[in-house]
Design a binder for this molecule. Structure first.
Ligand code: ZN
Ligand code: ZN
Length: 251
């Protein structure tokens, strides 16, 4: 019994960590890179798979190399309907269907039904909600492409994880800060700035600076040139967050 208590206590106190399982931006050379995004969020003994990349076989093979057991995942959150974020879900559910899948409520019924048919529980996400203690979804944001992002409360502040950030990274960051009433420590994921004018990227950088975003880890659809601009702007507070990189925080 004592060991059970000890195990639960360790699990609950385990610090939050963020591991990139799928990305077109490389980091760990052992992994396969491909267009898309997936990030494993671990906190308080819970594991959330945020997005699934485009190809489930690549996702599972990267998980294996990183020694992440797909059967230990508790929940899946899909940011938005683009295939480079949703495509790996079906292959993943074949391996672990004992998960709750949080889908934007704007998803077509056939996708929601397919999740349930595969034996997983589906939750429609409309507004912001708590998924596990300290882990929240922003709910659907954006007027065109609806998208949800993850907000994790840590001792350092909020860690924001975005898929493509179609509603705008500054808009999402502002929402997270206002909703949780805390400062943003780090934002990880796609910022969707690929092909954007340098001047416009400067505006985004200024916007995030004004919001007080302490650290940045842009990748996926941020684009090579904008990523370099972020590196320059944040200096030592910039993370190369390619495929396989893990960030562990203190708690
Ligand atoms: Zn994308
Ligand atoms: Zn997208």
């Amino acid at each position: 019994m004592f060991f059970l208590y000890l195990f639960v206590a360790i699990a609950l106190s385990s610090p939050p960590s963020f591991t990139i399982l799928y990305n077109n931006v490389p980091w760990d050379e052992r992994l396969e890179t491909s267009w898309g995004f997936s990030c494993l969020v671990e906190d308080g003994g819970k594991r959330i798979l945020f997005d699934t990349g485009g190809d489930g076989d690549i996702l599972l093979s990267n998980m294996k190399i990183l020694k992440v057991n797909p059967k230990n995942v508790d929940a899946v959150v899909i940011s938005h309907i683009h295939a480079d974020h949703l495509g790996g879900l079906w292959r993943f559910l074949e391996v672990n269907k004992k998960v709750t899948v949080y889908l934007p409520s704007s998803f077509p019924g056939r996708i929601k039904k397919r999740v349930e048919k595969m034996g997983a529980e589906e939750v429609d996400v409309q507004g912001p909600m708590e998924i596990f203690p300290n882990i929240y979804t922003t709910g659907e944001l954006g007027k065109g492409m609806k998208e949800q992002s993850l907000m994790v409360k840590t001792d350092e502040g909020i860690v924001l994880v975005t898929g493509c950030a179609h509603p705008g990274i500054v808009h999402i960051a502002r929402f997270a800060r206002e909703f949780l009433q805390e400062e943003i420590y780090l934002t990880i994921g796609g910022f969707h700035l690929i092909g954007m004018d340098e001047k416009d990227v400067e505006k985004i950088i200024k916007g995030l600076r004004t919001l007080g975003v302490k650290k940045v880890a842009p990748s996926h659809c941020t684009g090579g040139k904008p990523i370099e601009m972020f590196r320059k702007a944040w200096g030592k507070d910039f993370y190369d967050m390619g495929c396989g990189r893990k960030i562990k925080l203190m708690r």
